[in-house]
Design a protein around this ligand. Structure first.
Ligand SMILES: [Zn+2]
Length: 352
């Protein structure tokens, strides 16, 4: 059986982005939802590259996570509008959609870089077919208010609609750290993020056809914070990150999963595509860190264009870059479908 094509079980992915959540803080909080997810999978502590390579700014972190390549390739080195190569490195939702136009892709966020041309944005490419968008500038409490709107919209989408690949961004913890550092209020904000994760997972489990679905749920963050709040530099507190992945399914015949010993943030995009049964573009620099099959494997296209399972990934080879950088391209023109864009109250900016 070709991975990802078993018609009796639909493979789906939810990626939840928590902005600016320190790994050491999150681990110390005994978070029920994140800990429960890791118990069904893995929690990898990751360290961002040296600050000369990847400054610990928000736009840099999410560009890397969503494109599957580092700043040396996507070119985003800060939050400001500078020349970059994002147009050559589409984010993973657009990559997945262009490879399989029947996919329902969904993005929900209130940070400017995802939905507007602010800085290097918008990070949501044309393949994010349904977008729930809130402009945090329109709310006095910023993320402390808009995370609630995003949460409710995402829950509704997961429960009532049919997303194959969803990305939900929550920014409150980062905002609290900037305002008052990484103390009790920061920890309380992370607990609230965990409660929201729990509600998203409950929405997944409550889906009408959940028994026929196999969900890969991943959670990550773009950077850490200094103790007193703030990031962008190269301290270990700022460079710490994490990747948590778990499989959520009631499928009684689901094969056992395989998990890599190590993971990095660039592994998230290839892992998502692998779960969906979509071949990995050779431009990816990371590897597959979680598999619903027994082995970690790469997918490639056979001569007829079908996805076939390649050789198991040898972990030692996972970091090996291709001999020559690939000219990034969408393999075939994306069919034009009407994009559903839901603007929430208080919105003054449209997604391009
Ligand atoms: Zn951030």
């Amino acid at each position: 059986m070709t991975a990802g094509t078993d018609e009796s079980v639909r493979h789906r992915v939810l990626l939840v982005g928590w902005d600016g959540v320190r790994d050491d803080t999150a681990r110390g909080l005994q978070l029920p939802a994140l800990g429960g997810l890791a118990a069904a999978g893995r929690w990898w502590t990751t360290t961002l590259p040296d600050v000369d390579v990847a400054p610990t700014w928000t736009a840099v972190g999410w560009s890397t996570i969503l494109t599957g390549v580092g700043p040396d390739e996507h070119g985003v080195m800060g939050n400001d509008a500078e020349l970059n190569r994002l147009h050559r490195y589409p984010e993973v939702l657009t990559t997945a959609y262009c490879e399989r136009p029947t996919l329902n892709t969904y993005g929900a966020a209130s940070a400017l870089i995802f939905g507007t041309a602010h800085g290097p944005g918008p990070l949501f490419g044309p393949g994010v077919r349904t977008v729930d968008w809130v402009d945090r500038r329109e709310y006095p409490g910023k993320f402390t208010e808009t995370d609630l709107v995003i949460q409710e919209a995402a829950e509704r989408q997961l429960r009532e609609h049919d997303p194959d690949l969803a990305f939900v961004y929550l920014g409150e913890a980062d905002q609290i750290a900037h305002e008052i550092g990484t103390g009790d209020e920061y920890e309380a904000a992370i607990r609230r993020q965990d409660g929201r994760l729990g509600r998203l997972i409950a929405a997944v489990r409550g889906r009408p056809r959940f028994a026929q679905e196999n969900w890969l749920v991943m959670v990550t963050t773009d950077h850490g914070h200094r103790d007193g709040g703030g990031h962008g530099g190269g301290t270990w507190q700022e460079r710490q990150s994490f990747v948590v992945a778990g499989l959520i399914t009631d499928d009684p015949v689901a094969p056992p999963a395989a998990w890599a010993d190590h993971a990095e943030n660039v592994d998230i995009a290839p892992t998502i595509l692998s779960h969906l049964g979509i071949p990995l573009p050779s431009r990816f620099r990371g590897g597959v860190c979680a598999s619903h099959d027994r082995v970690l494997h790469r997918l490639h296209l056979d001569r007829g264009g079908a996805a076939v399972r390649g050789v198991p990934v040898v972990l030692a080879d996972r970091r090996r870059a291709p001999d020559a950088p690939e000219e990034c391209r969408i393999p075939h023109p994306c069919p034009r479908r009407t994009r559903r864009l839901r603007l929430h109250p208080g919105v003054g900016v449209r997604v391009r």
